[in-house]
Each structure stands twice: as structure tokens, then as C-alpha cells.
Design a binder for this molecule. Structure first.
Ligand SMILES: Cc1ncc(COP(=O)(O)O)c(C=O)c1O
Length: 391
């Protein structure tokens, strides 16, 4: 299949042209933030240049600093934990649920200490984490919850939109995501103070920035004054380029269709997998809407008598589209393995036994196809692979 992005077309080009014609004055960034907040049903949205910078800005707004513990899952993209480390905080890994693959609230409860300042539940592969008990824990200990919804646009948990349940939520516009600008991201919140802090942090501690997209810029004679004090604190520049904001606006207008397509493709896979006793799809509780960033399943190698590698080889031989494994658990990556902290935490094997068992079993099928017929063909190939292995 071509690597061309079928999800990008004339609408994106039109909006990018409009941004250029308007002179890159920031109008598209404002429109995007306004429309994104409206779509999610929250008060504030702040555009930034990646999901990682969104995580970093949110944690900074929450006041995470040296030695503060933040509970994160180990089965996620590295940014979830790295963003804590950027601020001198300590990512504390809580184990996962073996069926949904999301962070376990029972293990979160066990990992709480007097130093815990926040929890980052990740909506993995498009499925919201178990938010009710997580919010209960957060309320009990008066700590923040930051939902990492980089992979979950318009997912639902008990009727609520994923990313709007915690104190803040983030999204990624990286190439493979439900909506994309190549690189880009968004953070959302209903809390004006957190929004203002995150926005300031995301643009060099700029003094005049406020929570909202449309809050007026100060008059020119103030910002042009030689004595104007611009920077309140030291922080990165994570501004979302306006060309990307224009593209994101076009993508946002098609988001329902993009999400719906992935859900339809997931149903096609589910139909062929429901009978298989050794491929177990990500469990999706009936009170959630999984938006299937990918279609994740675990392979029970023992029952099937086939290794992960062998299954992939057989599938590719019949013409299957290459699929991904799960990331290595973050604490086993060379970047941080063996790290030790003053609070006694050390990143070593055994920290999260369930995640360590499940991670090597995971298969992530692609859901971002344009053609449902192509997806059906892929599902048929999976079915043939299963038959071949069972013979
Ligand atoms: C769960 C998760 N969190 C955070 C990120 C970071 O997003 P970005 O790549 O836009 O920085 C990603 C991106 O792949 C992700 O999958």
C-alpha cells in the first residue's frame, strides 16, 4: 500500500493558503483552539508543536518539580514518562490490566506516597483508561490527573469524552494519529489557571499570555516599549506553527469521519478474530468507546504453539500488511534502564510483572486505511494465517 496520506487533501491546502494570505498573524491558531475546545466540550485548548510538549507543558502547569512522583504506565510511548523527567520529577510505574492493557487503578493505589503529585493515565490504542477509580484516588489524595490521549480522539468513558475527565488532557497530531499535522499537539482543560500556566510555559514564560485563545494581545505601545518585561520564567518554545494550525483545523472538521473509519475497520477485524482462542483483542468495556488508534491484540503463543515472530512471518508471506509490536516498556529502554532515585525507586526488571508478560505478546494491526475493502482483505489474510497455524 502506498505511504501517501489519504487523510490530507484540498481542504488542508485551502486552509494553509488562507493562513499564508492572512500573513501568518495567528488567526488560524486561535480558530483551531476555539474549535478544538468546542469539539471536546471544554473551556480551554492550547496548541503546541507535539504531544510530548503538551505533556511537558501540562506537568509544568501542575507544578511538578524536583523529586515529585508522577504515576505512569510502563506500556506507552516514552514521552509519558520522559515529560516527568524533563522537570526533575520521578516517573513511578504502575502495572497494567492484562485485558485492556491500560494502567491498573489497583496498582496506582499501591504506588501512592506522600510525594505523589500526579497520575498520567494513557488512553492506550484508543481506549480510555478506567477513569472513575483513578479520579477517586486523585480526589482522596488531592493530586492532579493528566490524561494522555495522544492516541485517543473522541473516545468515550461512561459518556464522557476521553481527555476531559482529568484536570488536563493532551492529544498528538503526529503523522499516524486520528488527525495529523505531521507534528503537533493540543492540551485541554476546564481550569483557567492551569491553561494560563501551560500556555505561558509553552512559549518562553511569555508574560502577556492568558488562558484563552481569543484573549486580546496587549497594545503595541506596551509590547514595543524598551522596558517591556516579556519573560516571567525560563521555559521552552513549543509554539504550533500556523501552517500546522491551519492543517489541523481542516483535519478537525473531518475528525468524526476519521474516527468512524477506524472503528469500522476494527469491527472488520473483530469479526474474524472472535472465534480464535489464542488471539485476544484489547478488551473494550461496554461503557467505553474505543477509537482504535490501532487494533491491539495479544497472542497466546503457548496455546497457538507459534511465536510472535513466526505468526508475523506467516502473515507477511500470505500478503499481510506489516504490523507493529508494542513499544518496549519505558523503564527497560536504554535511556532510563538502571536509573535510581533518592526515594529508593530503581528501574529494573520486575517492576511491572503483568506488563512485562503482556508486552511481548502484543500485535497492533493498522486501522488507518482509506479503503474498507482493503481492510477486509487484511482481515481475510489474518483469518488465513490463523487457519494455517491451526492445521
Ligand atoms: C501515548 C502517547 N503519548 C505521547 C505521545 C507523544 O506525541 P508526539 O509524538 O506528538 O510528541 C505519543 C505519540 O506517539 C503517544 O502515542
Amino acid at each position: 500500500m502506498s505511504e501517501k496520506l489519504w487523510r490530507v487533501g484540498q481542504r488542508e491546502l485551502d486552509y494553509i493558503k488562507e493562513a499564508l494570505d492572512l500573513g501568518l498573524t495567528g488567526v488560524m491558531n486561535q480558530k483551531l483552539e476555539y474549535e478544538f475546545a468546542k469539539k471536546m466540550g471544554v473551556k480551554y485548548a492550547v496548541g503546541v508543536n507535539s504531544g510530548t510538549s503538551a505533556l511537558h507543558s501540562c506537568l509544568a502547569a501542575m507544578g511538578i518539580g524536583q523529586g515529585d512522583e508522577v504515576i505512569v504506565p510502563p506500556l506507552t510511548f516514552a514521552s509519558t514518562a520522559f515529560s516527568v523527567l524533563y522537570l526533575g520529577g520521578v516517573p513511578v510505574f504502575a502495572d497494567i490490566d492484562p485485558d485492556t492493557f491500560n494502567i491498573s487503578h489497583e496498582d496506582i493505589a499501591r504506588k501512592i506516597t506522600s510525594r505523589t503529585k500526579a497520575i498520567i493515565p494513557v488512553s492506550l490504542y484508543g481506549l480510555s483508561a478506567e477513569m472513575d477509580p483513578i479520579m477517586e484516588i486523585a480526589d482522596t489524595y488531592d493530586i492532579f490527573v493528566l490524561e494522555d490521549c495522544a492516541q485517543c480522539f473522541l473516545g468515550k468513558y461512561k459518556g464522557k469524552t476521553a481527555g476531559t475527565i482529568g484536570h488536563m488532557g493532551i492529544f498528538s497530531f503526529e503523522r499516524s494519529k486520528h488527525m495529523t499535522t505531521g507534528n503537533g499537539g493540543m492540551l485541554i482543560t476546564n481550569d483557567a489557571e492551569l491553561a494560563e500556566k501551560a500556555r505561558k510555559f509553552s512559549i518562553l514564560g511569555y508574560s502577556t499570555l492568558k488562558a484563552g485563545a481569543y484573549e486580546t494581545k496587549p497594545p503595541k505601545d506596551i509590547i514595543q516599549d524598551p522596558n517591556f518585561e516579556r519573560h516571567l520564567f525560563v521555559s521552552p518554545n513549543y509554539r504550533l506553527p500556523e501552517v500546522c494550525a491551519a492543517m489541523a483545523l481542516a483535519q478537525l472538521e473531518q475528525l468524526d469521519m476519521f474516527v468512524d473509519r477506524r472503528i469500522k475497520i476494527a469491527k472488520i477485524y473483530s469479526n474474524v478474530l472472535s472465534e480464535c482462542e489464542w488471539l485476544h483483542s484489547q478488551k473494550t468495556p461496554e461503557y467505553t468507546v474505543n477509537t482504535y488508534f490501532t487494533y491491539a491484540m495479544k497472542l497466546d503463543s503457548q496455546k497457538a504453539n507459534v511465536s510472535w515472530e513466526q505468526f508475523r512471518k506467516e502473515y507477511l508471506e500470505i500478503g499481510g500488511d506489516p504490523y507493529y509490536a508494542a513499544w518496549k516498556l519505558t523503564y527497560t529502554e536504554p535511556a532510563i534502564q538502571g536509573m535510581k532515585f533518592e526515594n529508593g525507586i530503581e528501574y529494573k526488571p520486575g517492576l511491572c510483572p503483568i506488563a512485562e508478560k503482556i508486552q511481548p505478546q502484543i500485535i497492533q494491526l493498522k486501522t488507518n486505511y482509506e479503503s474498507l475493502d482493503y481492510a477486509k482483505k487484511q482481515a481475510e489474510i489474518i483469518s488465513q494465517t490463523i487457519d494455517k497455524i491451526e492445521k
